[in-house]
Design a protein around this ligand. Structure first.
Ligand SMILES: N[C@@H](CCC(=O)N[C@@H](CS)C(=O)NCC(=O)O)C(=O)O
Length: 221
């Protein structure tokens, strides 16, 4: 049985929970972080010295932190060839897109768009900077769109690791009150995602509690 520690409004928790759902695994999630606190509890720090969510335990195994490492472990152990190609080169290719999605594309959205818009009180927002960041994010989305086959996903016929990172960001991108110009194919891709039960359950989560709340110690991510 899998256990995940982390509040449902954490974007990194969402990616992990959605991945778990796509792999058809059972999980219990324990609320932690944000308004639930608990990140500085010594017992939690033993599991993640960084004091951040998510943390995963698989049965009696060691506690794992860092969402990308968690997802890679789950993909290796439970994801089958849909999540982890057998061929090392095909696996590395998929990893390259997943790394880029988490560390470049998601980063281009989280702080400069989501935080700068949603987490800054309305009168204090630098909207020129937010608009410029949306355009930069969309330029990156265009690169991702080039990988998505009609009716499919970045990973192929079904979602893979890169889709978890790109996809979980799109819910906030498409629901924030911002002017958007999504690249061709991205809206149709998002429509496919919202029809997936795991995406609806774990990513399409009301983020109202994050409004006007900024940074770590102010609930990063
Ligand atoms: N690189 C880490 C980042 C983890 C992280 O920043 N977690 C945020 C939530 S997304 C957090 O714990 N914020 C403090 C809080 O929720 O109180 C990962 O990918 O797991």
């Amino acid at each position: 049985m899998l256990t995940v520690w982390g509040r449902e409004t954490s974007s990194n928790v969402q990616a992990v929970m959605w991945g778990i759902a796509e792999m058809g695994l059972e999980v219990r999630r324990i609320d932690l972080g944000g308004r639930f606190g608990g990140l500085d509890d010594p017992e939690f720090r033993k599991m993640n010295p960084m004091g951040l969510v998510p943390v995963l335990k698989d049965g009696d195994g060691p506690a794992l932190f860092e969402s990308a490492a968690i997802l890679r472990y789950l993909a290796d152990r439970y994801g089958g060839t849909a999540f982890r190609a057998e061929d090392p080169m095909a696996r590395a290719e998929a990893d390259a897109w997943a790394e880029w999605a988490k560390h470049s594309l998601v980063r281009a959205f989280n702080e400069p768009v989501f935080w700068a818009f949603w987490r800054v009180p309305e009168g204090e927002r630098d909207m020129d900077a937010v608009r410029a960041a949306v355009r930069r994010f969309e330029a990156m989305l265009q690169i991702a769109a080039g990988r998505i086959a009609p009716g499919g996903y970045i990973a192929g016929d079904g979602p893979g690791l890169a889709d978890l990172w790109v996809g979980h960001t799109l819910y906030r991108y498409f629901t924030l009150d911002l002017v958007r110009d999504p690249p061709a194919g991205i809206e149709a891709y998002y429509d496919r995602l919202v029809r997936r039960p795991g995406y609806a359950a774990h990513v399409m989560v009301d983020y109202g509690e994050l409004k006007g709340v900024w940074g770590r110690g102010h609930w990063g991510g």
